[in-house]
Design a protein around this ligand. Structure first.
Ligand SMILES: Cc1cc2nc3c(=O)[nH]c(=O)nc-3n(C[C@H](O)[C@H](O)[C@H](O)COP(=O)(O)OP(=O)(O)OC[C@H]3O[C@@H](n4cnc5c(N)ncnc54)[C@H](O)[C@@H]3O)c2cc1C
Length: 483
């Protein structure tokens, strides 16, 4: 029986294990599978806690449904019926503009309006900013096929104001990076394609709208983009674990290194010195952790993995009595452009966004701090952070009472920075990895930060491992391919 070790028990590692388990059952080829997790619990950054009738998400709070992979996984796990969509009141979001909450009009697709009404209603832009945004239709397309920063693309096509007021806060919320440091090829390749195919992103969006009827960019559709579980994101982790009884899970088992023995069998060394032999190993870890583990085995791969930089993020769940607000909250939340000089990245109105997040008469807000633009804030101690969040929410939302409680969760170096020429770096990593028979890599550094992308990437890697190690009688047959 082939022995496979998966290192890392976040969504990526668990999905690799589950897909291998599925293939093993389907093809009736048993696998001896072990998943090693450094911490005392599985789930990685996915963490849900119940507290005083509130349901707190520390890490991700939703799955994106724009691509099918996460919903497909839920279907296969038998938990699709437990998914809930966003509530009606959460069908819009806000941008803080000159200290005030400004509603993002329906019809905005990230940075570009898919209709004229959306453009006219964008109160967070000056008249000059709107004209410059409209001029995107006539800006000649870029000839070079080289990578470009997202900041440069937005500035070039939509103007500085759209970058500062819309692009930067929206992208900082997802990638924790400044747009000038993000790779267009890695982050917004479809916008580049629209530019090259239609000569303009706006024109590309109109063409899409035409193709799909009036369906895209409506409030209802934007609500359907995000789903979660009635019991929070932890449900996905529990379902994965419950559905693979043949996998051995070892928590509190940090892996230190991997190496080949004299028979070219992989040896996985755990902190404390215990060694596990394996035919194949998948590292489903942040890239810098994988880099440390492969260092003695392939210094060149380690060096390339270490080139992937990460940023930290802090989530602060703040619970209030609903009477603390001058008016009833609505919307999914708000983002704050850095030109506003505030100390938060943005907030999600958790109890408006999804049902069952706060008891009756209470409100739950999840606030984000820290990214490449406001790095200093993540170093504040808990007391300073509590004060900062309370003051900022008081100022922005007019809150008049103290919070019922504040819960702080820190995710250090958790979000990979998809920098300029990122695809080139990934290719270089893949060609080094292909030189290490039996070694596979996955995680949020490889094909997208969101859960849906992590799931897809992990499934592809599992299929590759199965094909190369379980369906063939020969060990260590490797093909050089793109991860
Ligand atoms: C605060 C926050 C909010 C987010 N919100 C969303 C959202 O709403 N929707 C969305 O789609 N995405 C969201 N994301 C992104 C998404 O959640 C992550 O990209 C994804 O969960 C990463 O999963 P992973 O398994 O690749 O990594 P991780 O979850 O980081 O898992 C890696 C695991 O490896 C373990 N490990 C590390 N070193 C070792 C070692 N040496 N030995 C053994 N184990 C080790 C770690 O303990 C960890 O459990 C969010 C991310 C964060 C941080």
């Amino acid at each position: 029986m082939k022995r496979i070790v998966i290192v890392g028990g976040g969504i990526s590692g668990l999905t690799v294990a589950y897909r291998l388990h599925e293939l093993s059952c389907e093809k009736e080829i048993p696998i001896d599978m072990t998943l090693l997790e450094g911490r005392s619990r599985l789930g990685g950054v996915i963490e849900t806690q119940s507290k005083d009738g509130f349901l707190l998400e520390y890490g991700p709070d939703a799955l994106m449904t724009d691509r099918p992979w996460s919903i497909n996984l839920c279907k296969r796990l038998g938990i699709e019926s437990e998914l809930i969509g966003m509530q009606k009141e959460a069908d819009h979001s806000y941008i803080v503009c000159k200290g005030k909450m400004c509603r993002i009009p329906t019809g905005f697709y990230l940075l570009a309006p898919s209709n004229i009404k959306a453009l006219v209603q964008s109160h967070f832009l000056s008249s000059a900013g709107k004209l410059r945004l409209a001029a995107e239709l006539f800006i000649p397309k870029r000839k070079s096929k080289d990578d470009e920063s997202v900041g440069s693309f937005i500035r070039r096509r939509f103007g500085r104001e759209v970058l500062e007021r819309l692009g930067e806060p929206l992208l900082a919320g997802i990638y924790t990076a400044h747009p000038d440091q993000l790779s267009m090829q890695a982050v917004l390749p479809h916008f580049r394609e629209m530019e090259s195919k239609y000569g303009s992103v706006t024109r590309g969006l109109w063409a899409l709208r035409e193709k799909h009827g009036m369906k895209d960019c409506t409030e209802e559709n934007s609500r359907k983009m995000f789903v979660t579980f009635k019991d929070g994101m932890r449900r996905l982790i529990h379902a994965l674990i419950e559905n693979m009884p043949d996998v051995s899970f070892a928590t509190s088992t940090p892996v230190e290194k991997i190496a080949f023995d004299h028979m070219r069998i992989l040896e996985v060394t755990i902190q404390g010195g215990a060694v596990i032999e394996a035919d194949a190993v998948c590292l489903a870890l942040p890239a810098m952790r994988s880099s440390e583990i492969v260092n003695s085995f392939s210094p060149r791969l380690a060096e390339k993995l270490a080139d992937i930089k990460y940023e930290s993020v802090v989530t602060v769940n703040v619970a209030y009595d609903e009477l603390a607000f001058p008016k009833r909250l609505d919307g999914a939340g708000f983002v704050i452009p850095s030109v506003e000089n505030r100390r938060l990245v943005g907030s999600i109105f958790s109890s408006i966004k999804f049902d069952g997040r706060a008891p009756k008469g209470a409100v739950l807000i999840r606030t984000f701090l820290g990214n490449a633009i406001q790095r200093n804030n993540v170093d504040l101690d808990d007391q300073e952070m509590r004060q900062l969040v309370t003051e900022e929410l008081r100022d922005i939302l007019g809150v008049t009472r103290e919070p019922l409680f504040i819960d702080i969760q820190r995710y250090e170096m958790s979000i990979p920075q998809y920098g300029l020429n990122y695809q080139k770096l990934l290719k270089a990593i893949e060609s080094e990895r292909a030189e290490c028979p039996g070694l596979f890599l996955t995680g949020n550094a490889f094909a997208g930060v969101g859960l849906t992308s992590c799931i897809h990437q992990a499934e592809l890697i599992a299929e590759k491992m199965f094909l190369q190690f379980c369906e063939t009688t020969e060990n260590h047959v490797q093909t050089v391919g793109q991860v």
